[in-house]
Every structure is written in structure tokens, then in C-alpha cells.
Design a protein around this ligand. Structure first.
Ligand SMILES: NC(=O)c1ccc[n+]([C@@H]2O[C@H](COP(=O)([O-])OP(=O)(O)OC[C@H]3O[C@@H](n4cnc5c(N)ncnc54)[C@H](OP(=O)(O)O)[C@@H]3O)[C@@H](O)[C@H]2O)c1
Length: 264
């Protein structure tokens, strides 16, 4: 059965891969992001800045003019901001929360009336293992992704009587433009953190560049679309499942020692 699938962040990376795959599979896809995809595409598109609430209301109206209902909402748009907590400008912290948290929350609320008219509706929120495995110089990104997981769980409980499924999908390092799009504010040359920050970011970027193909996430999402009852969250990849499991199992101080050795 062809589903009506709305995907935010469909212009690039994971969202683009999801949108093109599901469109080619015969579903009716609507993409949302600030800019249109750079590669030719054949699905519907609505431009909206998730960081701007007024924009979102206008975009929601455009979606309503496009479709009577949505079966699946995939909240995939997101940005990264790195930096030492002490030296990250407050406007960048504000920006990441506006896009990754407030934008996602408001967009979901705006889409709920259309989801209620959908067939076995589902909301799939793309979080990150960074919301669970916290690393230094990524505090604000981790905070937003932890919020996505908390939001998903609460929403799931609130929507349960209406049989609208909610799940968070938590990828680890994935090879996309996310690495080059990450906002890296300038920090003072004499910063206490300068050298550690440089090394930590370099390691993280190397891991992302050699990370998983976005199709790995598509396969996870595809399996979720076939399920009647969604799990609460899915961590993508065996190694990340293992890290998350070990974090629960091992003493917290040992986990922090390992994370400090790797990224501190
Ligand atoms: N790559 C990774 O290693 C990784 C790991 C774990 C989780 N994730 C998560 O996966 C999701 C997708 O990331 P990606 O790797 O595919 O990165 P990406 O290639 O940079 O794609 C990000 C998408 O979000 C959209 N976006 C950014 N700011 C927006 C805004 N203000 N309003 C509307 N759309 C906006 C971008 O489109 P425009 O610029 O056109 O607006 C783009 O389509 C993110 O939520 C990210 O946190 C990524």
C-alpha cells in the first residue's frame, strides 16, 4: 500500500536518502527543509525553516493544501553545533535548540491533525546515540538529542489511546554532509580547551567520515513502517547497541573514564 510520508530534512543526507528510497518504492513523499534538494527529485517539496515558528505555520498550511492526510511523519532535520560549553556563543546554543527541539516539537504538533486522518499513523523521530553517549565539546547537540528521545517517549504515551505510534531512531556516525554543515564557533586562541577541542573534533569528524551509509537507517525505518506496534526506540548498528548496553551495565565512572580517554 502506498503511504503518505512526510520527511523533514529531505534535501540532504539521511532525509534525502529516505525520501528518494520511499519515493522510488511507490510512496507519496513530501519533503521539507529550508532549501530544495540539489539533485533532481520527483516528490513534493515544501520549504520551511524549522528554526522559525511563523515559517512553520505557513509551511503546514502548504502541506494541508497538498494532502488530506499523512500516514508517516519522519522528523529528520537537524543541525550540529560543537564547542566547549564555556565558549560556545549563546546565539548558537539558541539556534540548535530552536531547530533540533522547538522546531521538531512545533512541526509535530502542526502535523498531528493530518496524522489523525492517516492510516495506522506513525511518527519517527531521528535522534542520535549522542543523546545517550555524551561526549565533551558536543554538549548542546547531545542535550537536543536527549530531548528528542524524551519528547518521543512522552508523545508516545499521550497518543497511545489514539493508536498513533511514536519511535525514536538513534543513529551513530553516518557519512553525510552533517560533518561539513556542523557549526564550529571560533574559540579564543588562548582558550584552556583549544588543543583538546581540536583533537576531539578531529576524531569525531574522522569517525563520521568513515561512518555508516545512510541506507542503513533507511533499512531500519523501512522495517518500522511494516510493524504494527513500534518499539520505543531503535539504536542503529550492532556496535552502538553494544555501547548503549555497556553504558547501562558498567559503573558510570568507568564509562566516563573511557569517554574521556577517547574524546577528552
Ligand atoms: N550524520 C550523522 O553522523 C548523524 C548521526 C546521528 C544522528 N544524525 C541526525 O540525523 C539527522 C539528519 O542529519 P544528516 O546526517 O542527514 O545531516 P545533513 O546532511 O546535514 O542534513 C540535515 C538536513 O536538515 C535540514 N535542516 C537543517 N536545518 C534546518 C532548518 N533550520 N529548517 C529545516 N530543515 C533544516 C537540512 O536542509 P536545509 O539545509 O536545506 O534546511 C538537511 O536536509 C539530524 O537530525 C542529525 O542530528 C546524524
Amino acid at each position: 500500500m502506498a503511504l503518505r510520508i512526510l520527511i523533514t530534512g529531505a534535501s540532504s543526507g539521511i532525509g534525502w536518502t529516505l525520501a528518494t528510497y520511499f519515493h522510488q518504492a511507490g510512496h507519496h513523499v513530501i519533503g521539507v527543509s529550508r532549501s530544495l534538494p540539489k539533485t533532481p527529485y520527483h516528490f513534493s517539496y515544501v520549504c520551511a525553516d524549522l528554526g522559525d515558528v511563523t515559517h512553520l505555520h505557513l509551511a503546514a498550511q502548504e502541506v494541508e493544501n497538498n494532502t488530506d492526510a499523512i500516514d508517516v511523519l519522519i522528523n529528520c532535520a537537524g543541525i550540529g553545533v560543537s564547542g566547549p560549553i564555556e565558549e560556545t556563543p549563546i546565539n548558537e546554543i539558541d539556534r540548535i535548540f530552536r531547530v533540533n527541539v522547538l522546531g521538531l516539537v512545533e512541526w509535530t504538533r502542526l502535523m498531528l491533525p493530518l496524522l489523525r486522518k492517516g492510516d495506522t499513523p506513525k511518527i519517527i523521530n531521528i535522534g542520535s546515540v549522542a543523546g545517550t553517549l555524551v561526549i565533551p565539546f558536543q554538549a548542546f547537540y547531545s542535550m537536543t538529542k536527549a530531548s528528542v528521545s524524551v519528547f518521543s517517549e512522552a508523545l508516545r504515551l499521550e497518543l497511545k489511546p489514539e493508536h498513533i505510534g511514536v519511535v525514536s531512531v538513534l543513529p551513530g556516525d553516518t557519512k553525510t554532509a552533517f560533518t561539513q554543515n556542523r557549526i564550529k564557533p571560533e574559540i579564543p586562541k588562548d582558550s584552556h580547551y583549544a588543543e583538546r577541542y581540536r583533537r576531539s573534533i578531529a576524531k569525531m569528524e574522522r569517525d563520521e567520515i568513515s561512518g555508516k551509509d545512510p541506507m542503513t537507517i533507511v533499512r531500519v525505518v523501512e522495517r518500522l513502517l511494516k510493524r504494527r506496534h513500534l518499539p520505543i526506540s531503535v539504536t542503529v548498528g550492532f556496535e552502538y547497541k553494544l555501547f548503549v548496553f555497556l553504558k547501562r551495565l558498567l559503573p558510570s565512572r568507568l564509562v566516563h573514564w573511557i569517554l574521556f580517554k577517547m574524546y577528552g
